[in-house]
Ligand binder design. Structure first.
Ligand code: HNI
Length: 147
């Protein structure tokens, strides 16, 4: 069972409070689709994903990026119960959406890169380590219903 120190809890709450979901979510999903183009196959109904500019300007990508990041709020609010909280989403991605679970890590890493570029020096190694601890749990939880 993962333990969280008071300082880690404060770090997560503080960082999450500074994240603009409507900006960071779309940028993170767009980055996944640009850098790992095979992920585009899940978004056939999203219209034009033919190049980076199209992806960055695609309103469906933006809306969905916001949806994905909004879902991370569940992790921030339930840091001791992440596996249970994400079980339904894991089941959805596995059984209905058939998303290869390896893609969760790609999205998590793109999100971390966007946070690093957005917050610069304030995204210290200690903050990054705590944030990635949280994302690792989210990725593991999203994968939990695959097996
Ligand atoms: Ni994901 C739908 C959350 C990673 C492909 N995804 C959702 C929804 C949420 C969500 C919330 C909306 C569910 C609903 O309608 O009930 N997705 C998350 C989270 C992560 C994640 C929290 C990782 C941190 N999803 C991914 C990845 C892919 C992905 C990495 C593919 C590369 N998700 C999808 C697809 C849908 C989806 C496809 C359906 C989109 C649609 O609107 O048709």
């Amino acid at each position: 069972m993962v333990e969280w120190s008071d300082s880690e809890r404060k770090t997560v709450a503080s960082l999450w409070g500074k994240i603009n979901i409507g900006e960071i979510g779309p940028q993170s999903l767009a980055r996944v689709l640009i850098v790992y183009p095979w992920t585009q196959r899940y978004f056939g109904a999203f219209g034009d994903l033919s190049n980076a500019a199209a992806i960055l300007g695609n309103p469906k990508v933006s809306a969905h990026g916001k949806t994905v990041l909004t879902a991370l709020d569940k992790a921030v609010k339930n840091m001791d119960n992440i596996k249970a909280v994400y079980a339904p989403l894991s089941q959805l991605h596995c059984e209905k959406l058939n998303v290869d679970p390896g893609n969760f890590t790609l999205l998590a890493d793109c999100l971390t890169i966007i946070l690093a570029t957005t917050f610069g020096p304030a995204f210290t190694p200690a903050v990054q380590a705590t944030w990635q601890k949280l994302l690792t749990l989210v990725v593991t939880a999203l994968t939990s219903q695959y097996f």
